[in-house]
Ligand binder design. Structure first.
Ligand code: HEC
Ligand code: HEC
Length: 319
């Protein structure tokens, strides 16, 4: 045996000894792979109800008013339609998109994000508090808009539901740095070099990918199928996010799909396919956000904001 081979054999033996003893599959709950404080992006739908931090069971929380609000915020976040039916007309929870209650890697996680607000918001061209940002997801992603709600019911940063969710998200950021981006923030974007120009995206190809890889759970009609105790949210139609939402932007939606779907094999879709399927989903009709004309008045309209582009084209055609 050469000296190198001896060292290699010794290293192999050391590695084998260092590995914890394999437990039989039946013994104890399986350990869920984590990335820091987050459920790893590779974890499948089986762990959809796992929450690394859960205020409902956390023994460090007492019965103070603040602790109660943190628990209420968590319930609102994970079962929005049941806890706030008027504010979730589509039947989709925050956790549908910010999976594992905002504690999943590459699923727009919200851990340690509270300390980044207030932050400049390009769409509205002003500083946003955390409450403003939560309100925006109610108004757009949850489609809780003025058309269907009385003026005093429309979510705003002082709404009890928004404050309770702020309490939960601030609790998720406890101990995190102020004003320092956590490394897992902004990781849902498709790399610049892999972006396909919007006019080269093919919704027909996207439809074929959808039927092949998504329809078993999301349904041929896109409205979501109940699988065990989970239901995928409606991807288009009157119950889906409205056309002013982040998910109504093709690249943003592709970035959500690319790293979290298909849910039994997350991450196993190419950059290009994620964009084609997003182009298909965002070619479908969905509720109109009534204030689109107030967006992007200062900053440039992003190229993937397809519902805005279509509206502009229609307006121009109608001139
Ligand atoms: C249809 C999908 C969807 C749903 C449902 C949804 N969101 Fe979002 N959310 C997004 C997208 C997309 C973004 C923007 C991410 C980006 O800019 O990269 C976002 C951003 C956020 C942010 C800012 C995150 C950051 O890092 O700046 C917060 C906070 C947030 N959402 C809270 C909520 C809350 C609370 C709910 C439920 C009331 C909710 N979201 C429901 C898609 C969704
Ligand atoms: C094995 C079932 C399954 C498959 C396959 C699957 N999804 Fe999902 N998807 C889900 C579930 C369940 C949720 C809700 C997640 C949650 O609440 O934790 C979801 C959430 C989503 C969301 C967030 C908004 C919403 O409607 O809930 C999008 C967008 C999405 N899926 C797109 C896709 C696309 C595109 C594909 C195909 C490439 C796909 N999914 C394949 C089960 C699946």
């Amino acid at each position: 045996m050469t000296r190198h081979a001896v060292i290699a054999a010794a290293l192999l033996l050391a590695a084998a000894c260092a590995r914890p003893p394999e437990k039989p599959a039946t013994e104890g709950a399986p350990r869920i792979p984590m990335t820091g404080p987050l459920i790893a992006a590779s974890v499948s739908m089986k762990a959809a109800w796992e929450f690394p931090k859960n205020p409902l069971t956390d023994t460090t929380l007492d019965h103070s008013r603040l602790s109660e609000e943190i628990r209420r915020g968590f319930r609102l976040f994970t079962s929005t339609p049941a806890e706030a039916p008027r504010l979730a007309p589509g039947g989709m929870s925050c956790t549908n998109c910010h999976m594992n209650a905002g504690q999943r890697e590459r699923s727009m996680p919200l851990v340690d994000v509270a300390g980044m607000f207030p932050e400049y918001n390009r769409r509205s061209a002003r500083l946003f508090s955390l409450g403003d940002r939560i309100t925006d997801c109610f108004l757009r992603s949850e489609n809780a808009t003025a058309g269907r709600l009385a003026p005093d019911e429309v979510p705003n940063p002082a709404s009890p539901e928004v404050l309770a969710i702020s309490a939960y998200l601030t609790w998720l950021s406890k101990g995190g740095a102020m004003g320092k981006n956590p490394p897992w923030r902004g990781q849902n974007a498709i790399a610049q070099a892999a972006l396909v120009p919007v006019d080269q995206l093919d919704p027909k190809k996207g439809e074929a990918i959808y039927n092949d890889r998504c329809a078993t759970c999301h349904g041929p009609d896109g409205q979501g199928v109940q699988i065990g105790d989970k239901i995928a949210g409606p991807l288009w139609g009157p119950r889906s996010w409205n056309d002013g939402a982040g998910a109504a932007r093709v690249y943003t939606l592709a970035g959500m799909i690319r790293y979290s779907m298909p849910y039994l094999d997350p991450g196993n879709i190419s950059d290009a396919d994620a964009q084609h399927v997003a182009a298909f989903i965002d070619s479908k009709p969905r509720p109109a956000f009534p204030y689109k004309d107030r967006d992007y008045r200062v900053e440039k309209l992003p190229p993937d904001a397809v519902y805005y582009t279509r509206q502009l084209t229609t307006a121009r055609l109608g001139d």
